[in-house]
Design a protein around this ligand. Sequence first.
Ligand SMILES: Nc1nc2c(ncn2[C@@H]2O[C@H](COP(=O)(O)OP(=O)(O)OP(=O)(O)O)[C@@H](O)[C@H]2O)c(=O)[nH]1
Ligand SMILES: [Mg+2]
Length: 295
Amino acid sequence: MNQFSESSPSLRKSETHRSGFVSLVGRPNVGKSTLLNAFLEKKVTIVSDKPQTTRTEIRGVLTGSGFQIVFCDTPGIHKPRTLLGRRLNDTARFTLKEIDLVLFLIEADSVIGKGDKFIAKSLPPEKTVLVLNKIDKVKSGRILTQLNRASEFSFAEYFPVSASTGEGVPELLEHIKTILSPGPQYFPEGMETDFSESFWVAELVREQLLAEVHDELPHSIATRVTEWNWPHIRCEILVERDSQKGIVIGHKGQVLKKVGIEVRKQLQEGAFIELVVKVEKDWQKRPRSLDRFGY
Ligand SMILES: Nc1nc2c(ncn2[C@@H]2O[C@H](COP(=O)(O)OP(=O)(O)OP(=O)(O)O)[C@@H](O)[C@H]2O)c(=O)[nH]1
Ligand SMILES: [Mg+2]
């Protein structure tokens, strides 16, 4: 959702100002969110080694002298097994509407597979830049082979990068700047994201939990802040089964304790986070539960 409508006073038009919407798209886990954070040189979206970390469209705004780029991080597109999965795919596809540029990410260290090809087919070739990410994980020969294989997609440009080390990111950013057209400043100076603080805390809690749990559990976790009475923040953690509750709490509450400590480190000093674990059976398959979480 765009917070600033055409009639908003913060929407400044000028002859020389350039702007554009750039969407980051690809399979789960290819590094879309890591790349967004690298562009902004700041953590604006959560990252984990578990697929389907990003569940909503996350905007990161880069404002510079005479330009503004609105990056849209999207959920990884995959073969869905639940209603949640289908909704994540829909969110990613929806973001592609009215976009100025698509960054299509694939990994340098894995074979270009069916999943990548399936997504590639749905992208506008003239507006898509292929980004070969994770080049820090492979030797240069492999980078060339992957780029060569990827050239079959016939996209506009090809950029090898490492979102983790930052290699190739400035070059890609410079290229993005060249495609911006004259346009308004959509977001005011200093505004880097368009989500609320409570959404961010819930995301940070989920990120820490993802680092702690394995197998199917990451998909079964949802988080939301239900009370914000600074410094007291109450965050609910939802799981799908009783057996998962114990894992999330941990022996003598150790997992939750660690999550709380790690999240607090990333917030303004003095925050007190109350974490409450609840079971909501099969929430991933229930439209009303998904609506409640904004998925
Ligand atoms: N070595 C290396 N790891 C990377 C790089 N980019 C991302 N990663 C790692 O890849 C994993 C997935 O990164 P994310 O940024 O969460 O991936 P994503 O595409 O946003 O994933 P979803 O939100 O699940 O679709 C994390 O463990 C990252 O640290 C990179 O350039 N090099
Ligand atoms: Mg992500």
